[in-house]
Each structure stands twice: as C-alpha cells, then as structure tokens.
Design a protein around this ligand. Sequence first.
Ligand SMILES: C[S@@+](CC[C@H](N)C(=O)[O-])C[C@H]1O[C@@H](n2cnc3c(N)ncnc32)[C@H](O)[C@@H]1O
Length: 196
Amino acid sequence: MTQYFTNNENLKSEYRNILYKYQDYTLNFISDLGVFSKDKIDFASKLLVETYFKHGKNNKTVLDVGCGYGFIGISISKIMNSSVDMIDINKRAIHLTEMNIASNKVFSNVFVSDMYENVDKKYDVIITNPPIRAGKKIYMNIIENAHKYLNVDGEFWFVMNKKHGAKNTIEKIKNVYNVNVLNKDKGFFVILCKNR
Ligand SMILES: C[S@@+](CC[C@H](N)C(=O)[O-])C[C@H]1O[C@@H](n2cnc3c(N)ncnc32)[C@H](O)[C@@H]1O
C-alpha cells in the first residue's frame, strides 16, 4: 500500500479545500490525495498549534518538520507573525505547501528534506507532528536530533499519542532535553523540550 509519505508520481490529483478558523483568522488550505490527513485538519496538529498559540512566542524563526500541506507552519507564520521554514520528504506535500504559502500570503519557505538532511541553519523553534507511520527509527531521529538545529534557548515542540508511546518517549529524551507536557487531549500529549 502506498503510504502518505511516499512519492508516487502516478497518483492522480483531486484537490480539495480545508478551512481553518482561529479567533479572527481564517486560513484556507488546498489538500490532495497522497498527503497526511488530506480531508481535514488533523486533531493532533490542531492541538499542537493551538497550544503553541497560547504558550509560544511571536516573531520567532521556526522549522516545521514533516509539514504535509503546510497547516502547522503556515498557521504559525500567520498567527504568530513568524518566519517559518517547512520540510517534508513527500514532493506532493511540498507542492501543496508552496500553493498554500502563496494563497495565505505568509512569509515562509518550503523544501524537500529527509528528516534534517537538507537543513543547514538553526532555529528558535522546531515543531512537528512526527511521522509515526514512517516507523520508530525515523520519528525518534527527528525527535532526538532536533536540538542540533536549535539556537541557544531554542524550543522543540511535538505531539504524540500515549498509544504510540508518548510516556516512554518522554523518559527516553530526558537525558537530552528538559521536558514539559503542556497539554493533553484524547490521549495526545503536547510536549515542549528545551536544551539542558
Ligand atoms: C503526521 S504527518 C503531519 C503532517 C502535517 N504537519 C500536518 O499537521 O498535517 C507527518 C509528515 O511527515 C512526513 N514525513 C515522513 N517521513 C519523513 C521524513 N523521513 N522526513 C521528513 N518528513 C517526513 C510525511 O510525509 C507527513 O507529511
């Protein structure tokens, strides 16, 4: 079966629109077959960004790892007035994110990268709804290596469900980060990590 993170050049296109409203903001996203949560904003991604809106800071440089059609990065760029780079391994996701950057008129950038392969700078914030279905090796690489791409005092934010091992993951990364759980809903934990 083709997974949402694979590049399938033969997959047909069926664009659809997804609307996101937060306070006075309305954002519009084009989505398509072959990307994660193609028909609606993913519950965990929404929980993550809305926790970030409450506890995060404006005007930061941000990297969204595994951006999909760009929901997390574009929303943060618009609502938190931040300069956001977005990366994904899936070329269709990159193309959709390019379109969504333009239509939502945000100051953001998107490029293909397998995990941090093409990332050559540091950020104030790295944020991700990690690709659980890509396997533990991949998502733990994203989580455990984020600190290498963070500025001093940088923050790494991610969301994970307890059924995917959120509690074990927190224990495992405590030797790298100071870890705080900022929100919990329907088994999902929103986790903030700072360099030790
Ligand atoms: C859980 S989805 C989140 C998508 C998007 N951020 C959202 O909130 O809708 C994880 C994303 O990670 C991407 N991904 C999978 N493996 C990857 C890798 N090795 N490097 C970068 N991105 C990857 C997938 O293509 C997918 O878009």
